[in-house]
Design a binder for this molecule. Structure first.
Ligand code: GLV
Ligand code: MN
Ligand code: MN
Length: 406
């Protein structure tokens, strides 16, 4: 087994989800914290002391020359997962970063500037609803007030959960000092589609991230008894919500290139013999042109209002997050491709902390082949050989960056 796979093997038993399959590692919950402990132990084993900043981002610095921590090369990813997710989304980037440090040392590389390793909390937004929450807080893309008031599915606020994890809610917010430490950021991630499979290559350089956002639709109706309420007397929000799901697909199909998904749908109270009083559903829309995303959401919202009214219900729509399309720094992407001439340039439809950081610092990504092309699912995969090839590619890129001034 390769060294990268050996790192991942140490966490393979953590956060397994016996009900959904795969892994459920929500941020600040025991499984994600266990992974963070593992990461910190691996950092310390390499003589790198982890520190947590005021936004909950964990950093460690390899800085043999004792240079000032500005304009550093930084790599890293995340350790939280979607519910029932795969083993590689996030952890592969962290394991590859650790392995890349080992490779650089084995090669005798003496960095001209510091190398930072970073782990970002709540990249998936699967606990508090806003993806890339740590990098958004760090860059000021979300206000601390809004972030602290976010709640998880059990009603716990981000403020309370963060406090319980040892963070001070008063410290959250844009951190220009932390940003100034980053000269270039390079995140390695398992590919979440089948671009590399189709091209027959193990590693790609990222070109862009599709703009994407999340909207919460709340349909209000009349909760009632399944046996005593005649069909003509019902105001069933679940019926309206189901039609909204279908409408979202129809609207998206009318705008080529759109991806529209409802992956979360919650009737309240959710009893077999109960007509729901309310349904919450979350719409995820992605398109390369942000104006198309906005048009799709506007059209779905208009149809949702009509469909709800047709069932005697009402609907509220709230935007939970929005990330514009990101074109990664072209000069940095060219540089990565010069180091890795066999690596194709690939766009992605998946969001990443690198996408949030890209508005502030030159940012690039590497993707490692996923033979199933499936992600956010237990079927997500990366072969032993490719995992190591990805780490080697990351080390090659970091070496090139580290040996030249910022
Ligand atoms: C995260 O992977 C996302 O694209 O939502
Ligand atoms: Mn990810
Ligand atoms: Mn993901």
């Amino acid at each position: 087994m390769s060294e990268t796979s050996q790192l991942l093997a140490a966490i393979a038993g953590t956060g397994r989800d016996a009900v959904r399959g795969g892994y459920s590692r929500p941020v600040f919950a025991p499984a994600e914290r266990e992974l963070l402990d593992w990461c910190c132990a691996e950092l310390r084993r390499r003589g790198l002391e982890p520190e947590t900043d005021r936004n909950g981002v964990v950093w460690a610095w390899w800085n043999p020359g004792g240079a000032p921590l500005t304009g550093a090369v930084v790599t890293g990813s995340h350790l939280d997962s979607v519910p029932g997710g795969g083993a590689f989304d996030g952890p592969l980037g962290v394991a590859s970063a650790l392995r890349a440090v080992d490779l650089l040392r084995q090669r005798g590389v003496e960095p001209a500037r510091p190398l930072g390793l970073a782990v970002f909390p709540e990249e998936e937004g699967s606990r508090f609803g806003v993806a890339c929450l740590g990098s958004r807080l760090l860059t000021g893309a979300i206000s601390p007030e809004r972030a602290l008031a976010l709640t998880d599915p059990d009603g716990n606020t981000f403020a309370d959960v963060a406090r319980a994890a040892g963070l001070d809610p008063a410290g959250f917010g844009r951190d220009d000092e932390a940003l100034a430490r980053i000269g270039q950021f390079v995140e390695l991630h398992v590919e979440q589609g089948r671009g590399l499979v189709d091209l027959g290559a193990p590693v790609a350089v990222a070109g862009s991230i599709l703009g994407h956002g999340r909207w919460r639709f709340t349909v209000h109706g009349q909760g009632n008894h399944a046996g005593t309420t005649l069909l003509e007397d019902r105001r069933d929000p679940l019926l309206a919500a189901s039609r909204i799901v279908v409408a979202a697909r129809e609207v998206a199909a009318g705008h080529p290139g759109t991806r529209a998904t409802v992956g979360r749908f919650q009737p309240v109270p959710g009893g077999t013999n109960v007509i729901a009083s309310r349904v919450d559903l979350w719409l995820d829309v992605r398109h390369a042109q942000d104006a198309v995303t906005a048009a799709v959401v506007a059209e779905v919202s208009r149809r949702a209002a009509e469909l709800a009214a047709g069932e005697g219900c009402t609907v509220e729509v709230r935007e939970e997050s929005l990330s514009p399309t990101v074109e990664f720094d072209p000069a940095l992407a060219r540089r990565l491709r010069a180091v890795l001439p066999a690596a194709p340039l690939l766009p992605t439809g998946a969001g990443h902390d690198a996408g949030v950081l890209a508005a502030h610092v030159p940012t690039a990504m590497l993707f490692t082949r996923n033979p199933t092309g499936v992600s956010h699912s237990p079927e997500e995969h990366c072969t032993d050989e490719d995992a190591e090839l990805g780490s080697v590619a990351l080390a090659d890129v970091l070496q090139d960056l580290l040996l030249s001034p910022a």
